[in-house]
Design a protein around this ligand. Sequence first.
Ligand code: NAD
Length: 513
Amino acid sequence: MMDRAEISRILSDVGLSETNYGTFDGRWVDEGVERIVSHSPVDGSEIAGVFATSTETYEHVIRKSVEAFNRWSLMPPPERGILVREIGNALRLNKEKLGRLVSLEVGKTKSEGEGEIQEMIDVADFAVGLSRQLYGLTIASERPNHRMYEQWVPLGPIGVISSFNFPCSVWSWNSFIAAVAGDTIVWKPSSKAPLTAIAVMKVVEQVVERLGYPQIFSLVTGSGGTIGELVSGDRRIKLVSFTGSIPSGKHISRVVSERLGRTILELGGNNAAIVSSRSDMDIALKGVAFGALATAGQRCTSTRRAIVDSAIYDSFVERLIRAYSSARVGSPFNEGVLVGPLIDDKAVENFLNAIEQARSEGGKILFGGSRASIKGHENGHYVIPAVIEARKGMKIDKVETFAPILYIYRYNTIEEALEIHNSVPQGLSSSIFSNDIREVEYFLSARGSDCGIANINTGTAGAEIGGAFGGEKETGGGRESGSDSWKSYMRRQTVTINYGRDLPLSQGVRFDI
Ligand code: NAD
């Protein structure tokens, strides 16, 4: 078990206590209707409680967010950028402390916990630059003395519903971009990781208060079925950016489209790496192992399938199993651990059930696939990552089991590799390890990878924030973070200005009144 004093120290370092208010609307709302408890996957112990948001309080939060939007949306974007810059700086100062809380609450290793905060800092930097680059096109008008252009206008309050596995960076991908776009943001974090959200909001609170801005960032906490439903059904929320599983995403998509609201859907992945005989095997090995094992297979971009050229199949698999044997499973607070716990016992059960199904469908377990007991952390949720040789016709490899299971396939031609690759319903991230330009270009062609992310000689996991992030097919089609994803947080307005002395009509239409 973790030392209680150590848990209290991690909490107090980020301004949390044994029980915390889970609603922020510019101030912390003092209500105590429903207390939810956050448990650590590291050893199953109770970390702290959170008072969830009641329906009445939710209503109040949204009203304030609408009011704040009316002020914030009128500010010049570069001024909005100053706020985001200051938040980024405050996060820099708190990176280590917040990273430790992420490790405690969701079980990420120290390096990955801090990486989560670094990602927020990176997005803040990106958003600050963006605040001076929100551009629109000028279009040639067919009419004399007319000017046409498009401008981008703030959208309104938006909702961010986030998953447990990126307990705060997903919020920043959306919120920092949306904030410079002039929106206000209501965040509903995962009820498996509310403490990280509260701690981040405490950092944000200080900056917003110091600079005297309105309630740009709000927080509501509670279960998906209560508070999450309120957010998705709320007409005042113009866009719901949802990150989570495919079944939840399908439901939310229906609820939001019923009211003709907008969504960004960032759902599950079933990502594969193709390993060619013409690759640098050391790079491929590291890329596949990192992709499959990091965050204990709980990344949307985790490598779940390796499609390996039969010419190197045996040697690659042998080296992979050796790498798996040396990857230490245990508490993320212990030096040298590469694979932390799964989020809860339900996730361990899902892992074990998937292994069982794979076995019954003819899959051959090459490594792992069982529960792991970690000395001193017996109530933690640990497993031995699995490597399974897949069989044709299996069903379990078509679903995303959110745990470290890697299915391995053998291929003979690049066409066959892509056929296996594209045979799943999800379409988030993909990669090929190859130094053969023909194979690489085939992978990048219209007959190649059907995913939103296509990587060459680097694995499926670990995206940078500068690109637009998201996937195709059942992954939902959303794009977030970099490139021109900012457009999703604004509405496009096509403007035509007539500065002449008569009224010519388009398409030469005459109306001589
Ligand atoms: P989840 O679907 O269980 O929950 C995600 C969020 O949705 C939580 O905040 C939850 O409270 C909320 N929610 C659940 N039901 C709801 C409802 N009816 N109405 C409104 N909100 C509701 O997912 P999870 O287990 O937290 O996260 C893991 C999943 O997220 C995986 O499938 C993973 O691939 C996916 N994910 C995708 C991306 C991406 O960018 N594509 C990134 C991270 C995680």
